[in-house]
Write a protein that binds this ligand. Structure first.
Ligand SMILES: Cc1cc2nc3c(=O)[nH]c(=O)nc-3n(C[C@H](O)[C@H](O)[C@H](O)COP(=O)(O)OP(=O)(O)OC[C@H]3O[C@@H](n4cnc5c(N)ncnc54)[C@H](O)[C@@H]3O)c2cc1C
Length: 421
């Protein structure tokens, strides 16, 4: 068994994705934590934030993880080739000028941020660069309406950057429950992010004072010190030798695979972001496990149902199962239960943040088909709820579960009133 890696071990998630992003999100939330602490009687001096300290500590932790991943591979007896791999034929891979004959080839090359080809957008950064900024900008514009854009808007805002989130659509987080998209825009605005919906950039230029000027399609001009685009990611499938090996590639660059992650060539499989199915780390990992089972035990198809996911905005947001809209499409009649309240922790403060929870229930079977939340630790809470949803629990079974008091999570088992629709 051998692996070829052209960059650092751990891939996107460890180096320029989930892990450093969440560390940044923790850093950003301290601003509010200091205020909350004061309401609980603590006196803290004027808080000051030092970006180089965060970067250095983050880099040290990532280097530790890089080492752990490499150790894990060598410990398992995997041969490591440091270099860019290319497929030569259905059973041959070339790395660093040497060609290796193999029985199976697995492509797990991930994805890369996509920058819209607009004039001047070479001055914009992507999430890749956001993890290594020399200094924090005074003013930032984050372009996009997906989870990466929202997370970075929250991070910049929390770290004291005057932040605008510009999205060409009318509602954030396309594909999520519509209410989540609407409410997160309100919550982020309340925290200081300027959320601009229906705002589509047309061009950008560097101006005399060194800052950037974005021109929007409605003619509006906006100055910023940093523009970050989070307008999607494209599968890393180019220049890999896939076409000449006969591997089918979709229009968006995704490697076409079946339910067993097999490409159009029997000996070549593909998993993770390069297949553009559900682009999340635990999904890529699960696809790898299912594939290993398929190749060496028994055919095991991928299971992409009820994948929970979180958005580490401030406040956090998390979801599992179907949005209300999708549930109506699939099941026809649904019952919706929801709660909106101020978290106990904030009651001693002047913070107005609302925790929002929602259950979507298929009326006929009474199964909970969707659970959604905005609020502190939403990801931690939804992970537990996801087990019940995955097992097909009914609303009555949710209700029969005793809550843990006082928590926010207990609301998920105490929602009695159907929301009027
Ligand atoms: C900013 C950001 C935040 C994210 N946050 C989250 C999150 O909170 N939770 C979550 O679940 N997911 C998150 N993701 C998504 C997650 O990072 C990806 O879904 C996950 O990394 C996909 O894993 P992968 O193995 O398919 O690809 P990758 O992790 O991208 O790994 C691909 C690897 O292949 C290597 N490679 C590419 N081409 C070659 C070649 N020709 N030869 C040799 N090596 C090659 C690359 O160097 C890379 O190491 C985030 C992504 C981003 C960008």
């Amino acid at each position: 068994m051998a692996v070829a890696e052209s960059d650092r071990f751990g891939g996107t998630c460890v180096n320029v994705g989930c892990i450093p992003k969440k560390l940044f999100a923790y850093a950003a939330h301290f601003r509010e934590d200091f205020h909350v602490a004061a309401a609980y009687g603590w006196t803290v001096g004027e808080p000051r934030f030092d970006w180089p300290t965060l970067l250095a500590n983050k880099d040290r932790e990532i280097a530790r993880l890089n080492g752990l991943y490499e150790k894990g591979l060598t410990g398992a007896g995997v041969e490591i080739h440091r270099g860019r791999a290319e497929i030569v034929s259905p059973h041959e891979v070339k790395v660093n000028g040497k060609t290796y004959s193999v029985k199976h080839i697995l492509v797990a090359t991930g994805a890369w941020p996509y920058k819209p080809p607009l004039p001047g957008f070479e001055h914009a950064i992507t999430s890749n660069e956001a993890f290594h900024l020399e200094r924090l900008p005074g003013r930032a514009v984050v372009v996009g309406g997906g989870y990466i854009a929202l997370e970075f808007a929250s991070i910049f805002n929390g770290l004291g950057v005057k932040t605008q989130l510009s999205y060409r659509g009318k509602r954030l987080l396309r594909g999520f429950d519509a209410e989540l998209g609407e409410r997160i825009a309100e919550e982020m605005s309340a925290k200081g992010v300027e959320v601009c919906l229906g705002c589509e950039p047309a061009a950008m230029r560097k101006v005399k004072d060194g800052s950037l000027e974005i021109e929007f399609t409605d003619g509006r001009l906006q100055k910023a010190d940093l523009v970050m685009v989070a307008t999607g990611r494209r599968p890393n499938s180019a220049r890999l030798g896939l076409e000449q090996a006969g591997v089918a590639i979709a229009k968006d660059g995704a490697i076409v695979v079946d339910r067993y992650s097999r490409t159009s060539i029997d000996s070549i499989h593909a998993i993770g972001d390069v297949t553009n199915r559900i682009n999340l780390t635990p999904v890529a990992t699960a696809e790898a496990m299912w594939l290993a089972r398929t190749l060496w035990r028994e055919p095991t198809p991928v299971d992409h149902d009820n994948v929970p996911t979180a958005v580490f905005t401030d406040p956090n947001l998390a979801t599992v199962g179907l949005s209300e809209e999708k549930a109506r499409e699939r099941h026809g009649e649904v019952d919706v239960y929801q709660a909106s309240f101020r978290a106990l922790k904030l009651t001693l403060t002047d913070k107005k943040e609302r925790t929002f929870m929602k259950l979507v229930v298929d009326r006929k079977s009474q199964r909970v088909v969707g659970a959604h939340m905005i609020g502190a630790d939403a990801g931690e809470i939804i992970q537990g709820v996801a087990i019940a949803v995955k097992l097909g629990a009914t609303k009555a079974q949710f209700d029969a579960t005793i809550g843990i008091h006082p928590t926010a999570a207990e609301e998920f088992v105490t929602m009695r009133e159907k929301a009027s629709r």
